[in-house]
Design a protein around this ligand. Structure first.
Ligand SMILES: NC(=O)C1=CN([C@@H]2O[C@H](COP(=O)(O)OP(=O)(O)OC[C@H]3O[C@@H](n4cnc5c(N)ncnc54)[C@H](OP(=O)(O)O)[C@@H]3O)[C@@H](O)[C@H]2O)C=CC1
Ligand SMILES: CC(C)CCC[C@@H](C)[C@H]1CC=C2C3=C(CC[C@@]21C)[C@@]1(C)CC[C@H](O)C(C)(C)[C@@H]1CC3
Length: 418
């Protein structure tokens, strides 16, 4: 039986009250964004144009479609993988094994969708179904989180996450109790983090592009850019799938409502906001401006990929010739901290690159509306908060060595500013 061993972990997200508020606010914000993106004035800060009734949100066929999508992605996850990777060491000194076949799942999904479209599947109809699909995804996330919470009641104490076991059911339901819930070798958190939501996001984008082509004769340059940039981001995540095994979500956070809703509903339905906006609010974009935006995205991607790859290479093998020459600080745990290269510029260079890309995804939507910039605003808040959480964890892990790192690299995300 599980014991509330994490009760000493400091409460995050404002404790039970904050968790309860977020559980209401996050789905409400997502539906607000979906409604506003489709309305003429598209005011981010105004009231929604209308309140959808149950007949708009609830459709058994859409629920079936959503479940079929989850089933397809689960089947692709179970296909033989080109590699099986080991995760970080767990409390009981064991390591879990994970299939590395996410990119393969993306390619196979693209082939299947291509076949279905050529056989007459009206993909352009998907944008009309976003509201009931988002509702189905939210409902699934709630039920799934409840099942995960119940599953954790019979999990051994060694399987529990450091947070998420406060004893308060609302807080623990939100944060997630079990670190790596699995049935046999099927890892729910790893699957949800990278498959149905991320691949669903680019599929929604593609459907919006096709719908725009149907409406206006061809997709706009702005729509091509948003689709291209976000496909690159998702393709990159799946190509470097193994790197997700060292992220905070996999190594530290339990699997509860926050990640289940984030992965299954928030990512596909709000990260596709720019493409949704463009379908209903076409924006002129000339080649010179498009080139500047491509350059911004390329700079962001260069920093993001460079920083993430440098750290992952270093963590895998510090003597790898690509990182062996970098300056480091030793820590009492035996691990070292990079203090030159990307990680000597700021303490989170990967966040900086990610934020620059976020800006490049919004710029094709022009500057007439705030709505397409929601992602930049939300993402800045998320990464600033995430950076603070990571900082606390690193201080606990590395103590004085971390303080020394902070002294040597004083800026967190943006050099000379923050
Ligand atoms: N699109 C989206 O919605 C989101 C994207 N992201 C992206 O995901 C990626 C991963 O982010 P995240 O998991 O938050 O964090 P990071 O990949 O930045 O990992 C932080 C960890 O890196 C290690 N570390 C920190 N500093 C150093 C150093 N100087 N040298 C060596 N190791 C160091 C520490 O772990 P240890 O020492 O134990 O290895 C620390 O806990 C980022 O690129 C981020 O932008 C994140 C959230 C949302
Ligand atoms: C709903 C809340 C506001 C919070 C939910 C947060 C989640 C949406 C994000 C937490 C960490 C994430 C990561 C990615 C997507 C968003 C979530 C799930 C990521 C898979 C995106 C692609 C990147 O290349 C990555 C590094 C693999 C990301 C890992 C973290």
């Amino acid at each position: 039986m599980a014991s509330p061993q994490g009760s000493r972990a400091p409460l995050e997200f404002g404790g039970p009250l904050g968790a309860a508020a977020l559980m209401l606010l996050l789905p409400a914000t997502m539906f607000h964004l979906l409604l506003v993106a489709h309305s003429g004035p598209a005011r981010l800060l105004g009231p929604p144009p209308y309140l959808p009734g149950p007949e708009v949100l609830w459709s058994p066929q859409t629920l079936l479609l959503w479940l079929a999508w989850l089933g397809l992605q689960a089947a692709l996850y179970l296909l033989p993988a080109r590699k099986v990777a080991e995760g970080q060491e767990l409390k009981d000194k064991s390591r879990l094994r994970y299939p590395i076949n996410g990119f393969q799942a993306l390619v196979l999904t693209a082939l299947l969708v291509g076949l279905a479209v050529s056989a007459g599947l009206p993909l352009g109809a998907l944008p009309e179904m976003l509201l009931p699909l988002a509702f189905a995804a939210t409902l699934t996330a709630f039920i799934f989180s409840l099942l995960l919470y119940l599953k954790a009641l019979v999990a051994p104490a060694s399987a529990l996450a450091p947070g998420g076991n406060s004893g308060n059911p609302i807080y623990d339901f939100f944060l997630g109790r079990e670190l790596n819930p699995r049935i046999w070798s099927f890892d729910f958190k790893y699957f949800c983090e990278l498959r149905p939501g991320l691949i669903g996001w680019v599929l929604i984008n593609l459907a919006l592009l096709m719908q725009e082509a149907e409406l206006r004769g061809s997709p706009s340059l702005a729509m091509w850019l948003v689709n291209g940039f976000q496909l690159l981001y998702v393709g990159d995540a799946l190509w470097h799938e193994e790197a997700v095994l060292t992220t905070m979500d996999i190594t530290h956070d339990g699997f509860g409502f926050m990640l289940a809703f984030g992965d299954l509903a928030w990512v596909p339905f709000t990260y596709s906001l720019q493409a949704q906006f463009l379908l209903h609010h076409p924006q002129p974009l000339g080649l010179p401006m498009a080139s500047v935006i491509c350059l911004i995205n390329a700079v962001g991607y260069y920093i993001f990929r460079g920083a993430n790859s440098q750290k992952n290479t270093f963590r895998k093998n510090p003597s790898d010739p690509r990182v062996a020459g970098l300056e480091t600080i030793p820590t009492a745990t035996g691990r070292q901290l990079l203090v030159s290269g990307w990680w000597g510029m700021v303490r989170h260079p990967n966040y900086l690159g990610d934020l620059i890309m976020a800006l490049a995804w919004s710029l094709p939507c022009g500057v007439s509306h705030l709505l397409p910039y929601f992602y930049v605003l939300y993402f800045t808040a998320l990464l600033v908060h995430r950076e603070a959480r990571d900082e606390q964890q690193c201080l606990r892990k590395y103590g004085l060595a971390w303080r020394e790192y902070c002294r040597r690299v004083p800026y967190r995300i943006l050099p000379y500013v923050y």
